[in-house]
Design a protein around this ligand. Structure first.
Ligand SMILES: NC(=O)c1ccc[n+]([C@@H]2O[C@H](COP(=O)([O-])OP(=O)(O)OC[C@H]3O[C@@H](n4cnc5c(N)ncnc54)[C@H](O)[C@@H]3O)[C@@H](O)[C@H]2O)c1
Length: 103
């Protein structure tokens, strides 16, 4: 099934390989613009999305470093003006009951 995501922006963490990279490619195939980050070099994923003629912002980011991640989100917002979708293949999972956590 092909969805039309033209004009949508997806931000993906952990996008250098695996599920994150596959999501970046599929979302780009559906027309979305892509902001993608990973601890690893992100060039392969950026290349794959740009081959699909989509704008892509890629960066090496450690999502466990709050300020690094915040800077990347701010850069993505400055570049694309919005973020519609999040795919969090790399994330943190602090101990504690989820509903009691701070966002
Ligand atoms: N593959 C599966 O069958 C499966 C099933 C259920 C859940 N998951 C979960 O889905 C997510 C992705 O799975 P995957 O198989 O694509 O894993 P993967 O290991 O292939 O990819 C994870 C990516 O996250 C990046 N990453 C790790 N720590 C990071 C950090 N601190 N900052 C930035 N990037 C970081 C890695 O460099 C890697 O590129 C994982 O959270 C995994 O636990 C996977």
């Amino acid at each position: 099934m092909q969805h039309d995501l033209k004009g949508r922006v997806a931000l993906i963490t952990g996008g250098a390989r695996g599920i994150g990279q596959a999501c970046a490619v599929v979302l780009a195939q559906c027309g979305a613009e892509i902001a993608v980050c990973d601890l690893l070099p992100i060039g392969e994923t950026v290349g794959k999305t740009k081959d699909l003629k989509r704008r892509c912002l890629g960066k090496q980011v450690d999502v466990t470093h709050r300020n690094e991640l915040k800077r990347f989100v701010e850069e993505a917002l400055a570049f694309f003006s919005k973020i519609d979708t999040l795919v969090t293949c790399a994330a943190i999972c602090p101990n504690g009951y989820v509903p009691n956590r701070e966002p």
